[in-house]
Design a protein around this ligand. Sequence first.
Ligand SMILES: *[C@@H]1O[C@H](CO)[C@@H](O)[C@H](O)[C@H]1NC(C)=O
Ligand SMILES: *[C@@H]1O[C@H](CO)[C@@H](O)[C@H](O)[C@H]1NC(C)=O
Ligand SMILES: *[C@@H]1O[C@H](CO)[C@@H](O)[C@H](O)[C@H]1NC(C)=O
Length: 357
Amino acid sequence: MNKVVFFFLLCHHLLLRPETLSATTLPAIFVFGDSTIDVGNNNFLPDNAPKANFPPYGVDYPGQKSTGRFCNGFLGIDFIAKAMGLAASPPSFLSLSNAKQTPRRGVNFASAGSGILPTTGNGVIVMSAQIRYFEGVAAGLRLGTRTHKKGVSAPLSESLFFFSVGSNDLFAFAATLIPGNDTRVAEIVAPIIDKFKTQLQMLYHMGARKFAVAGTGLLGCIPAIRVLDPSYECNVNLNHLSMHFKNATEALLEELRISLRGFEYSFADAYEMGIQIDADLQEYGFTEPRAACCGSGRLNAEGRCTPNATYCRNRNQYLFWDMNHPTQALYKVIAQLWLFGPPEFAYPVNLQSLLQS
Ligand SMILES: *[C@@H]1O[C@H](CO)[C@@H](O)[C@H](O)[C@H]1NC(C)=O
Ligand SMILES: *[C@@H]1O[C@H](CO)[C@@H](O)[C@H](O)[C@H]1NC(C)=O
Ligand SMILES: *[C@@H]1O[C@H](CO)[C@@H](O)[C@H](O)[C@H]1NC(C)=O
């Protein structure tokens, strides 16, 4: 698409800020993945799990609440849920006192630090466990439709299944990369994609039909990685690994669409979005692409974002909130591109089209 036209469309959508998408039914959302989409499950885990339930996390969230989101404010899933007409993104699974009281808008099973492989993450809810939890919730939903009218929710086939996962698996293998050796890259990617395939198939067989999957982004450009380079450049090997992985994810989704009847998806190409945003930083409203807003040391990426860390004032101009995670401002742009963007960012259809299908 012509760049000027694209920016016109993007600004148009940002200004209109549609309150709701015109979907025929209001679907529930089920969310799986890592810290990019965890809204508080890790708050309930033992101390060794990664946590963000203390200030200044949440400094821009309503009431300055530290919800457990690894961000200064809302995550992408929050902006998407609001665009879908939901009051908020679905609550974390572990915050529900009774799984049978599953809120109609869905449940979030994501856990910071987790990955696709069971070996990724320490003391967190790995993907296989997230899927088991969902299985329990889905059983409760069916029970609810039979016993009490109030519990009736949209069928699973109309619900949206969100995934944002894979980065932690790739980080875990970063040290084993051999620069320029694509055989090694393929060796790392294949078993992760295999496992992801099994997980998506399991959910399909439980009734899921609409999949919204975020690909891995420019992992070599996060502050925690940039600060390892004396000139703060992105790590090209890590970016290369991420590009292979996101391409393989896209290929997997297409394979599943062809082989599983009724399987539909929207893939967010966060890698391409990252390249585009970096190239046109100011048009998207950013001025600081490298440093984290909150933390300590060089690029604010040598020390964690803790209660006594310093944080920037112009948070809307930063891509990164802490050394590993985007700001609310970046999440908002990503959500808009996924909801309404062209196929180079949201493939084969954007979320708006997936919802209306
Ligand atoms: C590339 O990686 C493969 C798989 O790990 C390995 O067998 C091979 O020796 C490597 N080649 C080079 C030139 O390092
Ligand atoms: C990934 O896909 C893009 C286009 O979508 C292509 O340009 C690139 O060569 C692919 N990379 C790999 C490693 O397959
Ligand atoms: C607060 O800062 C000091 C150094 O100034 C550091 O040693 C300490 O670990 C920090 N506390 C927390 C909770 O991060």
